[in-house]
Design a protein around this ligand. Structure first.
Ligand code: SAM
Length: 234
């Protein structure tokens, strides 16, 4: 369970609202029961419930059960999709160790506004469900053009281009192994020609083909993150 509080031996933690309800009424836990907690900084801690009241559950952290995993080197930039499909993309990115999520607004981006708080909540939920201890940074949405204006010359950007002739993605990614990598997925309508041209002008762009079929953006996200992590991930 995620807690936004320091975790150390003897630290007292108080769960309220939805978390207290989850522990008390869904998990039906009582005083003396144990829970695993994380806060994204201090690793995973075993804690024991000391009190269960109507709207709050109090615990005491006892011992660290897993050390904090370092934040990864994978930045995931994507044109946000709508609602549940955006939730899905955020969850899969967290599962695959993305350390920074950057929604970029492109010419054909569908979602008119991006709820960053909802993305943060989805990232926490995904981390709780799959035992990821390092929560990703989540950026405010910004236009792709602005992201590219300030893109460092030596920062690799794996640009998933459905129009690229089928390059060997492994050969393209292997030289990047161990370095910070960024992956960019476009919107359902793809990148506009001037966006593709701006991307291809980046000195450190890697044009990534995900095969001969045009994948839906959320499918492409999973495929691209898997490929990058398998070939060059940390
Ligand atoms: N331009 C097409 C269209 O209008 O239907 C496809 C866009 S595709 C649905 C959404 C995004 O997924 C693309 O911008 C690209 O980033 C990624 N993508 C999908 N299939 C891909 C492939 N075979 N290779 C590389 N990237 C792909």
């Amino acid at each position: 369970l995620f807690v936004d509080a320091p975790l150390a031996e003897g630290a007292e933690l108080v769960l309220e609202d939805a978390q207290a309800n989850y522990v008390r009424n869904v998990m039906r836990m009582a005083a003396g029961d144990g829970l695993l907690l994380f806060n994204g900084r201090d690793g995973e801690w075993g804690a024991r419930i000391s009190d269960v009241a109507k709207k709050r559950v109090t615990l005491v952290a006892e011992r660290r059960t897993r050390p904090q995993t370092p934040a990864g080197k994978l930045r995931y930039l994507f044109a946000p999709l709508k609602h549940a499909r955006l939730d899905y993309m955020v969850q899969k990115a967290v599962e695959m160790g993305a350390s920074r999520l950057s929604p970029v607004i492109t010419r054909r981006t569908q979602a008119s506004r991006v709820n960053v708080e909802r993305m943060r909540a989805n990232a926490v939920e995904a981390a709780e469900q799959c035992g990821v201890l390092a929560l990703p940074e989540i950026d405010e949405p910004e236009p792709l053009a602005r992201t590219l204006e300030s893109w460092p010359a030596d920062a690799p950007l794996a640009f998933c281009d459905e129009d690229s002739e089928a390059q060997d993605p492994v050969a393209a990614l292997r030289p990047l192994a161990g370095r910070p990598i960024a992956v960019l997925i476009g919107p359902e309508g793809g990148f506009a020609p001037e966006e593709r041209a701006a991307l291809l002008r980046l000195p450190s762009v890697v044009r990534l083909s995900l095969g001969p079929r045009i994948l839906r953006a959320d499918t492409a996200a999973v495929a691209a993150l898997t490929l990058v992590q398998a070939v060059a991930g940390d």
